[in-house]
Design a protein around this ligand. Structure first.
Ligand code: AMP
Ligand code: ZN
Length: 473
């Protein structure tokens, strides 16, 4: 498989450190609110990378953090007058629900910054001992110029960075970091401010800087050198550049071999932002569209391209997904009701032999830097092949063979061909709970809307004295 490596700006053949095993670290969200639809892109894209590597036989250790100590979380906690852990724990749970809806599998480990403080203090100590870091009045800074490769990921020249920073000198003073030796230095540990969460450290009570957590947690859960480090392209500088500086200075080993960055999601060709009024959470979008459609939409583009989110494009994704699901249903129908004998009929072995080129094309697309857009097109071609070659006179064996391959390819992309009753049950229960809440809030329009939605799903509700009962119709 070839991967475009941000570090070298080239597509490179992927070779893991240990044959058969892959360690992937993906920077996760800061948990101060529901995740937005942009955050869902790296989740879906790199979940698909993981699935594909597993399909190819690798054992994947997939680590993705939750940033649970951060200015935004503290601000939200003060606003709501609660402890910051109340905010972070709540939004970690909500994020996990969104991930499940989008069929993003839980990571092998989801470390949280606040639970790894001792290891962070250790890394800061190491950096101080190696003179890559220094303390000034309770703040520890990384001595950026002490790391000779600084700028290698973002391809920035350190002297240009310095002059860029000089213009910001006034602002840096305002933010209380005026004691740095050099404007390029960044914070590893910051001292406690009143009302903020803090931990004791050799430099007094305080909390870690954001970049530090990923260096520490990737080392702990994967190792000193990781195979693939991924995240959105906004993280290349300074976040990932700083992670490299910290880790390589502390560990004397290459930090990550392949760097993958997803392009940004835009809404109606504009940057998503609260002030433009085009900011959507995954939760809001999934109220309007099936989360499976959202996932399918995200995979309809190669992950490095910018992706525009609009009503038209989502509808196109919905129609595309439907074509696949309809074909899957047709195959299931033949499997259940085939009138012809179960064994292969004349000419059907040739149809089965014809599956292989589609699989090869699918793999070639995915091997080319995870080109899910082309992989999806191959699935459409396969579905066309199924529809031309299967009819009510086909044997069960043929339908089974075609269905099996479709399931394998769909599983790689995380497309669910058939909803399991269990999944459906929990979806129904969640909608019923939402309807009850709407009724409590006297939002009867919303309650009716949910009842209609359930009806469209083939679920009838009955309000009884013992509560709401439901049945399939
Ligand atoms: P954050 O919580 O801002 O650190 O973001 C979590 C992840 O979502 C990071 O990998 C970001 O790069 C990514 N991300 C944020 N906004 C977008 C967007 N509009 N499109 C694609 N990825 C995004
Ligand atoms: Zn990170």
């Amino acid at each position: 498989m070839k991967i475009f490596n941000t570090l070298t700006r080239r597509k490179e053949e992927f070779v893991p450190i240990t044959p058969g095993k892959v360690g992937i670290y993906v920077c996760g969200p800061t948990v101060y609110d529901y995740i937005h639809i942009g955050n869902a892109r790296p989740m879906i894209v790199f979940d698909t990378l993981r699935r594909y590597l597993e399909y190819k036989g690798y054992e994947v250790n997939y680590v993705s953090n939750f940033t649970d100590v951060d200015d935004k979380i503290i601000k939200r906690a003060i606003q709501d007058n609660v402890d910051s852990t109340v905010i972070s724990e709540k939004y970690i749970e909500e994020c996990k629900k969104d991930m499940k809806a989008l069929n993003v599998r839980p990571a092998t480990t989801h470390p949280q910054a606040t639970k790894e403080i001792p290891d962070m203090i250790d890394m800061v100590n190491t950096l101080i001992n190696k003179e890559h870091a220094y303390e000034k009045n309770g703040t520890v800074y990384f001595r950026t110029r002490s790391f000779k490769d600084y700028g290698k990921l973002s391809h920035k020249n350190i002297d240009e960075l310095e002059s860029g920073h000089r213009d910001d000198a006034h602002q840096l003073k305002v933010s209380g970091e005026d004691e740095k030796e050099d404007n390029l230095d960044f914070v590893l540990w910051k001292p406690k401010k009143e009302g903020e969460p803090s931990w004791s450290s050799p430099w007094g009570n305080g909390r870690p800087g954001w970049h530090l957590e990923c260096s520490v947690m990737s080392k702990k859960y994967i190792g000193g050198t990781i195979d693939i480090h991924a995240g959105g392209e906004d993280l290349i500088f300074p976040h990932h550049e700083n992670e490299i500086a910290q880790s390589e200075a502390a560990n004397d080993a290459e930090f990550a071999r392949y760097w993958m960055h997803n392009g940004f999601l835009r809404i109606n060709n504009e940057k998503m932002s609260k002030s433009l009024g085009n900011f959507f959470t995954v939760r809001e979008i999934c109220e309007k569209y099936d989360p499976q459609v959202v996932r399918f939409f995200m995979l309809s583009a190669q992950y490095r391209s910018p992706l525009n989110f609009s009503e038209d494009l989502i509808i196109a994704a919905k129609n595309g997904l439907e074509r696949i699901l309809t074909s899957a249903e047709k195959l299931r129908d033949v499997i259940a009701n085939a009138a012809a004998p179960a064994e292969l009929q004349a000419g059907e072995q040739e149809v089965i032999d014809g599956i292989k080129p589609y699989v090869e094309k699918f793999e070639a697309a995915m091997d080319d830097d995870l080109n899910t857009a082309d992989a999806v097109s191959v699935i459409f071609e396969y579905v066309k092949y199924v529809n031309t070659n299967v009819n009510s006179a086909s044997s069960k064996a043929l339908a089974e063979a075609l269905y099996k391959e479709l399931s394998v390819l769909a599983e790689v992309l995380g497309i669910i061909l058939e909803k399991k009753d269990d999944d459906l049950d929990s979806e129904v229960e969640a909608l019923i709970a939402e309807r009850q809440q709407a009724r409590k809030d006297k939002n009867f329009a919303k309650a009716d809307e949910i009842r209609d939605k359930l009806l469209a799903m083939g679920i009838e509700l009955k309000d009884t004295r013992e509560g709401v009962k439901w049945k399939r119709i």
